[in-house]
Design a protein around this ligand. Sequence first.
Ligand SMILES: Cc1cc2nc3c(=O)[nH]c(=O)nc-3n(C[C@H](O)[C@H](O)[C@H](O)COP(=O)(O)O)c2cc1C
Length: 375
Amino acid sequence: MVANDYFPPWFSVAPMMDWTDNHYRTLARLISKHAWLYTEMLAAETIVYQKGNLDRFLAFSPDQHPIVLQIGGSNLENLAKATELADAYGYDEINFNCGCPSPRVAGRGCFGARLMLEPKFVAEAVSVIAANTNVPVSVKCRIGVDDHDSYNELCDFIYKVSSLSPTRHFIIHSRKALLNGLSPAENRSIPPLKYEYFYGLLRDFPDLTFTINGGINNIDETNAALKTGAHGVMVGRAAYHNPWHILGNVDTAIYGVPSIGLTRRQVLEKYQVYGDSVLLKYGFRPTVRDIVKPLLGFFHSEPGNGLWKRKADSAFQTCTTVKSFLEETMVAIPDSVLDSSFAKSPPGREDLFANIDSLLPPPYRTRDEGSVYIH
Ligand SMILES: Cc1cc2nc3c(=O)[nH]c(=O)nc-3n(C[C@H](O)[C@H](O)[C@H](O)COP(=O)(O)O)c2cc1C
């Protein structure tokens, strides 16, 4: 695997637990050749304790390159071992999670978003990860946690992590996390987005690479972010809920190369072959429902979508293969939808970042030296 064979991560699909599994990534790759795909977060402990069962968690088909493994954890020894084990699978980058607010994660010692309060530990953790792999390492974080939400505190985090570890790429989910009182889903919508912090980082850390994330919902907004200087754009929920229209435009409208050119029917045929080949591979899983789940947004806003979903509900009860599931449900979708390879890009806010310069926070001054940060 040579990372330079791949187009830059101008567009990536966010890591999403229970969503960006092997099935979703297989579907995504049938639609876009160049989008970077992140795995769901995998805890270092899972990798270490499932040593005899690693393929289930770490294996992916070579088509999924470029692909990034996201690891979470707070135990340096486990992070080291997990990276060593994962490295054999040939991921293109390893990302360390400092953004997850879930109590399942944040409550277990210092893990996920809570780690933003421990930049020196994060630097150590990423250093340990980097020492066990030859691929680049990156950090995904929020813009702050609870009351630690000033721009200067964010800069202190970036400064410490980047100067004490090999991290050169940060993915910034541009809202803070509230560790108590909000559910994970609320933590992805209630704290306001502050894109001005992201653009402040671009200005104040010119030697680092930053990917913007949070609330970017389509290709127009992705291109607006790239035009305004973002090195990369990461899209989560929109790419999951509407994969055809979002991912179907990435190769042409972002990378400027021809799209894969498959019709939805052809994508489904290939996906069905994949699905039936992995069905029940690990005992009772994956089920037909597990494999069909990423398809639930495939006909987003198309005629027949509602009827298709109703048929899907009853087909889940009876169908024992993906093939029979599709045969039973596809009658709901008109041929014109199935046989077109054209993916209409949903309209977006091209002016999303138009006033960003006027909102930028004052330049970062390091707490220690009181001088402008120069890397
Ligand atoms: C169901 C779900 C699961 C998520 N799991 C993770 C995860 O495992 N690791 C992570 O860093 N972020 C996770 N996130 C956050 C996303 O990566 C992303 O930062 C967030 O959804 C904001 O981007 P968006 O507005 O484009 O969706 C998850 C989000 C969702 C919706």
